[in-house]
Design a protein around this ligand. Structure first.
Ligand code: ZN
Length: 357
């Protein structure tokens, strides 16, 4: 997590995926977190193999369910809390079973047993809980009602109790709420500048099959605008929580913007995220290896450090730096022109430097 890359594996079988990670390691990707969505089952052989390579073995899970399964009424938690929906009528028209999945207090005991099995059977070391910290609501089920605050507290307990069992725990997807920090090691989506359900700025629809495509220009104008982005979250919490992009907005969602995303990861000291299957690995191997080496060179020094400052060195904000409690300074030139520095080598366009302050 300090200097590795966060990788969703999409091979056809456990054997395929272990072979891919073995090849990645041999190519120089020393540290990674291998996450499995459920395209195929995971097993002890796969996870032991990943651990022997010095990588972390992780799983995608969704302990809590989607709010939309309770009701198609968009934004229903807000409308309920604001008194715009009649609770009794809403409950009658809702899906009775779906309440059981969004109600964390109800689901907690069952989840703890599942988490124990994940650790005991395949030997999972890490779990990503998709949208657990994002989809908050009150529970109106008559046999286990709870307020939104009680649901939030029980969601925090799902995170903390999973961690107490020994798992590295992450959640998110566009929102990285601070109430979850005491239960969390990393956020997916911390880099993505989007909320989960904002219709105007939603996370792009691309999946791993669209990785290394070219569909990102409109998104890049917002997400990768170095003149507007400021790493507020990292300034506050970099030494406390790790972060990465989301899987529909990975570093290689668009080949044309992959390098710029790497530069943001390097400047902010955050984790790159990749999708890997046989086709993607073989077509872009040298890009992945170069990207890993650049990011690991910086993050191995400051991956868990406190960020102490961020500022720009040019009026157009093309050249920026971050300072770290280790005494390191990371300088990134997002622009095309070399950045001349008196008494020091100039910094080429679209490149970075790691220096002592
Ligand atoms: Zn409930």
């Amino acid at each position: 997590m300090k200097d590795g890359v966060y990788v969703y594996l999409w091979g056809d079988s456990p054997t395929d995926d272990l072979q891919l990670v073995t090849e990645m390691k041999a190519a120089g990707i020393e540290h990674g977190i291998a996450v499995f969505y459920g395209k195929h089952p995971v097993n002890r052989t796969l996870f032991d193999g990943i651990k022997r390579l010095g990588w972390v073995a992780g799983v995608y899970r969704m302990p809590t369910g989607n709010l939309s399964h309770v009701s198609r009424h968009r934004g229903w938690p807000n409308d309920l809390l604001l008194g715009k929906l009649d609770p009794d009528r809403f409950r009658k028209n809702s899906d009775g079973k779906a309440w059981d999945r969004i109600c964390a207090r109800h689901i907690l005991p069952e989840w703890i047993e599942k988490a124990r099995a994940l650790i005991h059977d395949p030997g999972a070391q890490l779990a990503y809980f998709d949208t657990l910290v994002v989809q908050l609501a009150p529970c109106l089920k008559l046999d286990h009602p709870s307020t939104i605050e009680e649901n939030q507290q029980a969601r925090l307990e799902i995170l903390q109790k999973s961690r107490d069992l020994g798992l590295i725990v992450g959640s998110g997807e566009g929102l990285s709420p601070t109430w979850a920090l005491p239960g969390i090691d990393f956020f997916e989506g911390l880099m993505s500048l989007r909320t989960y359900a904002d219709s105007k700025l939603k996370i792009p629809a691309g999946g791993y099959r669209e990785d290394n495509g070219d569909s990102y220009r409109n998104d890049a104008a917002i997400v990768l605008d170095e003149t507007k982005r400021i790493p507020l979250y990292q300034l506050a919490f970099h030494d406390y929580v790790a972060g990465t992009w989301v899987w529909r907005d990975s570093n290689y969602q668009s080949a044309a913007f992959a390098h710029k995303k790497d530069l943001f990861n390097i400047l902010y000291g955050t984790m790159p995220m990749w999708h890997i299957n046989r086709t993607l690995w073989e077509a872009h191997k040298s890009d992945y290896v170069a990207s890993y080496r650049a990011s690991a060179a910086v993050r191995s020094r400051i991956g868990f450090a406190a960020m102490t400052n961020h500022a720009w060195l040019t009026p157009d904000r093309a050249v920026q730096y971050t300072d770290w409690e280790t005494g390191d300074r990371v300088i990134v030139n997002f622009g095309n022109q070399p950045f001349a520095r008196p008494g020091k080598p100039s910094l080429a366009g679209a490149s970075f430097a790691l220096e002592r302050k």
